[in-house]
Design a protein. Structure first.
Length: 120
């Protein structure tokens, strides 16, 4: 059984969001530096860089951990960075499928699919 990875556009979208957050943090550091708070500026810049690096590794692992496989009678979804999880959803028990897309996801042509299955 071959698992399909998540779209590479997901990785690009998440990196874009991380980049924007990193830029905001560094803009605050520049503002503190311009106001003469040099020590605070260094702390804010260091925190922004550390948070951005941790975020990058977390998103990289999250992207690599997700995958799905479509079989004749069911859908298998695997996910999880620290705690691995595999879900098998029979097509016959799918009761509700919700597709949502926020503004960033729409820019990259992405959507979130949520399945609700009927359990007896």
């Amino acid at each position: 059984m071959e698992f399909h990875p998540v779209s590479p556009r997901f990785w690009i979208a998440r990196q874009t969001v991380l980049g924007v957050l990193e830029a905001i943090g560094l803009a605050w550091a520049i503002l503190f530096y311009a106001l003469g708070h040099h020590g605070t500026a260094v702390i804010v810049a260091a925190c922004a860089v550390v948070a951005g690096t941790i975020g990058w590794f977390m998103e990289r692992g999250r992207y690599r951990a997700w995958g799905y496989a479509e079989r004749e009678d069911d859908l298998i979804v695997k996910r999880g960075l620290l705690f691995r999880r595999t879900s098998v959803v029979p097509y016959g028990r799918m009761q509700f499928i919700d597709v949502t897309s926020g503004p960033v996801a729409r820019v990259f042509g992405l959507a979130t699919v949520q399945l609700l299955s009927l359990i007896h």
